[in-house]
Design a protein around this ligand. Structure first.
Ligand code: SAM
Length: 216
């Protein structure tokens, strides 16, 4: 192993240890965080910071989420192999690859074509088979519904009812909601015709912009 590859693996191990110390327990999530090369999703000037536990800027004034946030949301989603999962907010493509690495069948929507084109290149380069499109993800992707999991990686004023309607029986939706300054992660679970809601505070995302999100 050459020196830079060795450094990168040491940094990935350190990141996984940080996430364990912060309470992430799901072994599948931790293994995916270790496996997916986060440094390839960021601009070269941020590569050296790719395994720090922090959000980083990407194009179109958006961000690649903090690894802890990615891990926590993925853990809350309780992803199982072959689950059909919809992600709203492709961004860099990193979260979609974490889900695909865990064996989910991933569908992802992004409103900025430039970001989606770059993310698609990453899916191809890393060999993940992920369905993607541009558009307003606040109304979901009805063509492939229902989903076992729906994850929204931008902050909404409230839970979009179109997404709730696209949950499969037994499915889970994880979405940050609140003001544009701070949000809680809301977890919606469906059992038959019953929907349960719970939430965890203390998160900060870029806004979810669309019909059932913020109006810019
Ligand atoms: N999951 C991303 C990753 O792994 O890099 C991080 C995404 S970033 C925090 C949030 C993304 O949501 C941005 O790329 C933004 O353009 C996108 N977004 C905001 N509103 C959207 C909408 N209505 N539909 C689809 N994407 C949206």
């Amino acid at each position: 192993m050459n020196r830079s590859v060795h450094r990168e693996h040491t940094e990935r191990e350190a990141l996984v240890e940080t996430l364990v110390a912060k309470g992430i327990k799901d072994e599948g999530v931790l293994a995916a965080i270790y496996s997916v090369p986060r440094h390839t999703f960021v601009d070269p000037i941020f590569e050296r910071r790719a395994y720090e536990d922090s959000a980083l800027p990407i194009d179109c004034q958006q961000t690649i989420s903090q690894p802890y946030t990615v891990a926590k949301m993925t853990e809350l989603l309780q992803v199982k192999k072959y689950d059909k999962v919809l992600e709203v907010g492709t961004g860099s493509g990193y979260q979609a690859c974490i889900l695909a690495e865990m064996g989910a069948r991933v569908f992802t929507i992004e409103r900025h074509l430039d970001l989606l084109n770059r993310a698609r290149k990453m899916f191809d380069k890393l060999g993940y088979n992920i369905a993607s499109r541009t558009g307003d993800g606040t109304v979901g992707w009805s063509e492939y519904a229902p989903y076992d999991g729906i994850i929204v990686t931008a902050g909404a004023p409230e839970v979009p009812q179109s997404l709730v309607k696209q949950l499969a029986d037994g499915g889970r939706l994880v979405i940050p909601t609140g003001s544009q300054q701070s949000q809680s992660l809301v977890i919606v679970t469906r059992k038959g015709s019953e929907f349960g809601y719970s939430e965890i505070g203390g998160f900060k995302f870029v806004p979810l912009v669309g019909k059932e999100g913020w109006q810019k």
